[in-house]
Design a protein around this ligand. Structure first.
Ligand SMILES: Nc1ncnc2c1ncn2[C@@H]1O[C@H](COP(=O)(O)OP(=O)(O)OP(=O)(O)O)[C@@H](O)[C@H]1O
Ligand SMILES: Cc1ncc(C[n+]2csc(CCO)c2C)c(N)n1
Length: 256
């Protein structure tokens, strides 16, 4: 079975030109995580989901209190704003419509998929000039808000299970570990951990084996209504996971 490696280097400042990963960023309509400028700098394409544009417009300047707000808005200019456009404010829509380099796409005809779904489908299928051979989509503001939105955001991980997608909030990140691979998770201990979890959503996970956790699993069954691994702790720099089912991996993000 092939090994899939994971590493949260996108949380570290600085451009890692040696990285073979192409990052894309989706900004959702929730308070911007404090490290959003770092994600932005790693990304080669930046997409706002509908009201996510309000967050970039209003909150990016707050992250740079010494800079002029208009300068910050020109520096952090989305490539595209996409969604059903029922949350973006008129003032924000006007600002970005008149800005060269930002495209606004109204998809209000589709009321069956979420704005995040629309953004991920766009990045995967249409974003021009993007090497998609090793694409990783970072989603800022995906957790810690309305539970229906959170569930919809997690569902996007399953609907696009062959694309690497990472949901982020100020407090933690989540991604899917497909059952088709063995997983090696390299912990960036300056920015993440030690709290973590392995969560089977949607079906029983018949057998999971891990190394590197305080409470490792050995051919262990997990399911809702019985055992799910929450409040676990990473012990070293490398975790391995192999499972008969897709699992969600979550790890805390450090405050400093
Ligand atoms: N409170 C929240 N928690 C988690 N994700 C959110 C939250 N609010 C918005 N999002 C995400 O941001 C995206 C864009 O948000 P926006 O408010 O524009 O959506 P919407 O479709 O208008 O929502 P609503 O259900 O309120 O009509 C949503 O599709 C969702 O993925
Ligand atoms: C069974 C079912 N439940 C809810 C919705 C509503 N909905 C789901 S995604 C979306 C777009 C949000 O921007 C809306 C309105 C639906 N269509 N079908």
């Amino acid at each position: 079975m092939d090994v899939m490696t994971h590493s949260s280097t996108f949380l570290l400042p600085g451009n890692d030109h040696s990285s073979s990963v192409t990052y894309a960023l989706v900004v959702l309509n929730q308070r911007l995580p404090r490290f959003t400028p770092i994600l932005w700098d790693h990304a080669q394409v930046r997409v706002c989901a509908d009201g996510g544009a309000n967050r970039v417009f209003d909150e990016m300047p707050l992250l740079f209190p010494r800079d002029d707000a208009l300068d910050v808005r020109h520096r952090y200019k989305p490539d595209i704003i996409k969604g059903d456009m029922d949350s973006i404010r008129t003032e924000v829509l006007d600002f970005y419509t008149n800005l060269v380099g930002t495209k606004v796409v109204d998809e209000s005809h589709d009321q069956d998929t979420t704005d995040l779904h629309k953004c991920v489908a766009y990045i995967r299928d249409f974003a021009p000039n993007l090497d998609k051979s090793n694409l990783c989509i970072l989603v800022a503001g995906a957790l810690g808000g309305r539970f229906d939105h959170e569930a919809g955001n997690i569902n996007v991980l399953y609907r696009f299970s062959t694309t690497r997608i990472i949901l982020l909030s100020d407090d933690c990140l989540i991604y899917l570990l497909p059952r088709t691979h063995c997983h090696e998770i390299h912990i960036q201990s300056s920015v993440e951990g030690p709290h973590c979890g392995l969560i089977p959503i949607g079906m029983t996970s018949v057998s999971t084996t891990t190394t590197g956790l305080q409470w490792d699993l050995t051919n262990t069954e997990m399911r809702f209504g019985d055992l799910v691994s929450t409040s676990n702790l990473v012990q070293g720099e490398k975790i391995t996971v192999q499972s008969s089912s897709d699992l969600l991996w979550t790890i805390s993000i450090k405050k400093v």
